[in-house]
Design a protein around this ligand. Structure first.
Ligand SMILES: [Fe+2]
Length: 414
């Protein structure tokens, strides 16, 4: 097959030494068929019939960010999002070109990586120079990384990293990567009785305290791509990774007077991995997707949605830790009870915190969006609690975008 879905340039990970770790921590990265948190990405009956999972994805293994100062970013993710530092690699562990911090809570595993010198890891330095701090890798757990990689290439993917194998005496760790939108990649991760967390990492003993924010799992990860490119990437996830399309929002559903976008949601066969893909649509003014593309220097991850079992407690903990959320106009709550109907939560409690609600045939969901977490208006977070709904809050798009546009206007970018 000659068609290539490549974008961005391949990067080279230097082979790193491996180290032994406590099995408990290795286990914390196991993603099983039912989340330990009890928050499951429900299997949709239609999806299970309509799509297979040719690359045999188990779930999102971790998300790696390239950042200019991983040590300080780790401080933010610990003290603000409540992720616990569990492992580190760098000069002290025999890795010369980069430092990485792994932070985890529940099934959320973030890897923060910085270069250790101007020439030591040019692909990381280049990524940071163009994009600022941002997501480099959405790593997916598979049974057989080499087979998944080869099948993806056969289906038209472009390689970002050939398979690398590490052994720790009791098991194997295999990683291979393919390119997706922009400079983003998907690594395929195989952990076969591997006792460590990652090759070259050492466990962090007695980590400093982190607030219990209750974030438990990654619900979905959204990518922004250029105008006219959404269907290209929808085809990539369908044809290369075997995903199926869950939902489609047209610009009519999710546009305001000034900003518009189109979005399609792709998911794997089990429904555990969900990747909405946005592109800007014509509006009267610059859309928030265009703003992202300008400041990120191209396509990339726009937001990561973190699932919680108690959104009120999570939002309170995050806000107390200094996380800023988008302001929602009070008028949003006036019509809400009649639009949504009865819910478990108290509408006044939701309104006080700016938590949004949406309903579909299968139930409802609660969601809230953070401000961007770096100076560039790029990556931000969503906190989501599902009560049956498998949607993404389409009914909130207008309300959200109106709020976003008020923020955009303040930055002089509308
Ligand atoms: Fe979302």
């Amino acid at each position: 097959m000659s068609r290539s879905f490549a974008a961005g340039s391949p990067h080279q990970h230097r082979p790193r030494a491996f180290a032994l770790f406590h099995p408990r921590l290795g286990d914390s990265l196991n993603i099983t068929s039912s989340d330990a948190s009890g928050i499951t990405h429900c299997l949709t009956r239609e999806a299970s019939f309509m799509s297979s999972d040719p690359l045999d994805f188990h779930g999102i293994d971790y998300v790696e960010f390239y950042v200019s100062n991983a040590r300080q970013a780790a401080h933010y993710y610990r003290t603000a999002l409540g992720l616990v530092p569990v492992a580190y690699s760098g000069l002290e562990t025999g890795v010369r070109d980069r430092a990485s911090w792994l932070l985890s809570r529940g099934q959320v595993h973030f890897l923060l990586t910085s270069p250790l010198g101007p020439e030591s890891a040019p692909e990381i330095s280049r990524h940071i120079a163009i994009h600022g701090d941002g997501v480099r890798d959405i790593a997916l757990r598979v049974s057989d990384a080499r087979a998944a990689y080869e099948e993806a290439l056969r289906r038209g993917a472009k390689s970002a990293q050939q398979p690398q194998e590490f052994e720790d005496g009791s098991g194997r760790f295999v990683r291979a990567s393919i390119a997706t939108y922009g400079d983003t990649v998907h690594s395929f991760i195989q952990r076969q009785n591997f006792r460590g967390i990652f090759p070259g990492f050492k466990e962090i003993q007695n980590p400093p305290p982190a607030p219990d924010t209750g974030v438990a799992a990654i619900d979905h990860i959204v990518g922004n791509v250029e105008l006219g490119q959404m269907n290209h990437w929808v085809a990539f996830y369908r044809d290369v990774l075997g995903f199926s399309q869950l939902t489609h929002f047209s610009d009519k559903d999710i546009s305001t007077d000034y900003s518009a976008l189109m979005s399609k949601v792709m998911q794997n066969g089990s429904g555990r991995i969900k990747f909405p893909i946005n592109e800007p649509a014509e509006g009267k003014r610059r859309s928030q997707i265009e703003e992202y593309l300008i400041h990120y220097g191209g396509p990339g991850v726009q937001h990561i949605a973190l699932a919680t079992k108690d959104i009120i407690a999570t939002v309170d903990a995050l806000r107390a830790a200094g996380v800023d959320f988008l302001r929602v106009p009070e008028t949003y709550y006036e019509e809400l009870p009649s639009r949504i109907g009865e819910i478990e939560e108290d509408y006044r409690e939701l309104g006080r915190r700016g938590i949004l609600v949406d309903r579909d045939d299968e139930g409802y969901l609660l969601q809230i969006f953070s401000q961007p977490v770096q100076d560039r208006p790029t990556v931000f977070y969503e906190v989501i609690r599902r009560h049956g709904s498998k949607g993404f809050g389409a009914g909130n798009f207008k309300a959200l975008f109106e709020a976003l546009e008020r923020e955009q206007a303040k930055r002089g970018n509308l």
